[in-house]
Design a protein around this ligand. Structure first.
Ligand code: NAP
Length: 252
């Protein structure tokens, strides 16, 4: 069976892997969920949109003779990661994840950990603050349950509908971000507290450094439960994994 990688993307790391794969002349297809209006161009053929659950992905793998799947989705894209795990198990396709370690608090940091969005909303049962809600556009409406705060939202695309938060400001920007810019952003908006997901990695870590520099507290949403799979920390580690898992005939 010829080598044909499926890269599940949507992260800075996935884009770095696509570049490595293109540089080495390896055949690959890059998959976006299709949520962003103008996704970053990739140096390999790209497809957009969901597969239709684990069964849909298994069908895609068979129909397109995918030899390997690399799950380079965001650590909070748990549904996609579980679908990839089940589809690869069903089709006997080698799967690895390109992952990054979670961010760790350092001495002097003021982090409050919560397990999910609902717990983050509950934890904001405090007098009015100016809050940097660095969560992307999904789940914003949940924070309407704490309407006393002024929320600053950083979104990849300008929202089509006004977010349902009584006091908010939208900034439109796409990572990777720089610490100096995030310090300036937090000062401009007189931010009191940051709410974010523990994404890890480099693309979005500027806000962690900026909060540290300004002594701002972080309400940190910890990672969801992900399947047990082989993990690679870098694109080069994925190449090593690939060499150790030659494409095999799945017998179809
Ligand atoms: P999710 O909840 O795990 O996935 C929901 C559904 O979206 C999946 O079941 C799948 O639909 C589709 N999907 C997700 N990623 C896909 C991909 N790379 N290619 C094709 N379909 C995909 O995912 P999410 O949290 O909404 O994230 C969506 C995308 O944004 C991912 O690519 C992720 O890497 C990126 N992203 C997410 C976050 C975050 O905080 N969650 C942050 C930055 C970037 P079907 O079941 O129909 O196949």
């Amino acid at each position: 069976m010829a080598q044909h990688l499926l890269i599940l993307g949507g992260t800075t790391e996935a884009s770095a892997l696509a570049q490595t794969v293109a540089d080495q002349g390896i055949r690959a297809t890059f998959s976006y969920a299709g949520r962003v209006a103008n996704p970053r161009q990739q140096p390999v053929p790209t497809r957009n949109g969901g597969f239709g659950g684990a069964e849909g992905l298994a069908r895609y793998i068979r129909d397109h003779n995918i030899s390997h799947v690399i799950d380079a989705t965001h650590p909070f894209a748990a549904q996609m990661s579980w679908n990839a795990f089940h589809a690869c198990t069903e089709t006997g396709t080698p799967l690895t994840a390109l992952t990054r370690p979670a961010w760790q608090a350092e001495p002097g940091d003021n982090w409050q950990h919560v397990p999910d969005i609902d717990a983050a909303v509950a934890a904001l049962n405090t007098p009015a603050e100016r809050i940097m809600l660095a969560l992307g556009r999904m789940h914003l409406e949940a924070f309407a349950a704490q309407p006393q705060h002024h929320y600053v939202l950083r979104l990849v695309d300008a929202p089509i509908e006004t977010p349902g938060l009584p006091h908010h400001t939208v900034t439109v920007a796409r990572g990777p971000f720089k610490t100096a810019d995030d310090i300036a952003l937090f000062k401009t908006h007189a931010i009191d507290r940051i709410v974010c997901k523990n994404a890890g990695g480099r693309g979005a870590e500027a806000k962690i450094h900026a909060a540290r520099a300004l002594g701002l507290p972080i309400l940190m949403i910890d990672r969801p439960n992900l399947p047990q799979r082989t993990e690679c920390a870098t694109p080069d580690a994925v190449m090593t994994w690939l060499n150790a898992h030659p494409a095999t005939d799945r017998g179809v």
